[in-house]
Structure formats: structure tokens, C-alpha cells
Ligand binder design. Structure first.
Ligand SMILES: [Zn+2]
Length: 163
């Protein structure tokens, strides 16, 4: 019997519920679906044609709490990467996220850079998002500043590439 796929117009919440999670003794909702092999974050399909999957905890935040401001990160209070409990998640700035990861000994900011295709370092990506989130700066200005294309900046800012 073929696996029943979640319907195309499903909400984020329906997509998350379709895969499901396991509640731990600590109250974490551990993602039952695929996980990022390096960081352990859950991954989930978004239904967005341009970006087929995103990190499950980011989708959970969007489904239960609301939009993630551009340039901001969704961090875990519980330090449990596969956890998608919205009550364990909070919005942090790039520097919060970095501090959070450093504090928890997971400060591997080279992760995207190792793919070899990335033009910008992760720190630069965080900076691009941070600068844009502060406002008053155009994609073009950021493109010039960071030496990449305007469309690259647009993708980064809109969270379609690398999170
Ligand atoms: Zn948790």
C-alpha cells in the first residue's frame, strides 16, 4: 500500500502532525521524521515549491507561535536539536544563536562552508540577515557589501537558502 502523503495544501501544523513526534519525560517533542545528520535537527517538507524542506523546529515555531522575523534564528531552550515543542523554542538574533551554540559547545559555524558551494561564510550569512532585519538597507547594497549577487541576498534574507 503506498504511503499516504500529506495533501498539497496542508498547513504547516498538518505537515508536522503527519510525521509526528514523541514526547519525552523532559517534555521535549522529539521529531519522528528525518534528522539533519550533523546537527540532529528534524527536517520536514514545507509544501513550498522553492524550498522543499526546512528544519522541523523552525516550522513548528511558525505553525504554533508565528512568523520568524527575517534574519532571526529559532533557538532551543532545552538544547535538544530534534525537539519541536514550541514552548521550548525562542527567537534569537544571530549573536544570540552564536552565543547559545558556543555556550553549549556546538559552535560549529563552518557547517555550511564545508559544502564547498557556499560563497559566504555562515558568519556572513548571519550578518546579511541581521543587517537586513535592522532595516534601511537594500538587497543591492548588501550584495555590493558582501560581494555576491542581489538574488543570492534575496534568497538568504527570505530564508530560502541555508538556515
Ligand atoms: Zn525540548
Amino acid at each position: 500500500m503506498p504511503r499516504i502523503l500529506v495533501h498539497r495544501g496542508a498547513t504547516l501544523r498538518e505537515r508536522l502532525e503527519h510525521i509526528g513526534w514523541t514526547v519525552t519525560a523532559a517534555g521535549c517533542w522529539e521529531w519522528n521524521g528525518a534528522r539533519d545528520s550533523r546537527r540532529g535537527y528534524g527536517q520536514c517538507s514545507t509544501g513550498d515549491k522553492r524550498r522543499h524542506s526546512d528544519l522541523a523546529h523552525r516550522l513548528s515555531f511558525r505553525a504554533f507561535k508565528g512568523d520568524i522575523p527575517a534574519g532571526m534564528f529559532v533557538c532551543h531552550r532545552c538544547d535538544n536539536p530534534p525537539c519541536i515543542n514550541p514552548d521550548h523554542l525562542f527567537i534569537g538574533t544571530p549573536s544570540d544563536n552564536r552565543q547559545d551554540m558556543l555556550t553549549k559547545g556546538r559552535g560549529n559555524f563552518a557547517r555550511g562552508e564545508r559544502h564547498g558551494q557556499s560563497v559566504l561564510s555562515d558568519a556572513q550569512v548571519a550578518n546579511v540577515r541581521f543587517e537586513y532585519a535592522r532595516g534601511g538597507v537594500s538587497y543591492q547594497a548588501l550584495a555590493t557589501q558582501f560581494g555576491v549577487s542581489k538574488s543570492c541576498i534575496s534568497l538568504l534574507v527570505r530564508g530560502k537558502s541555508r538556515s
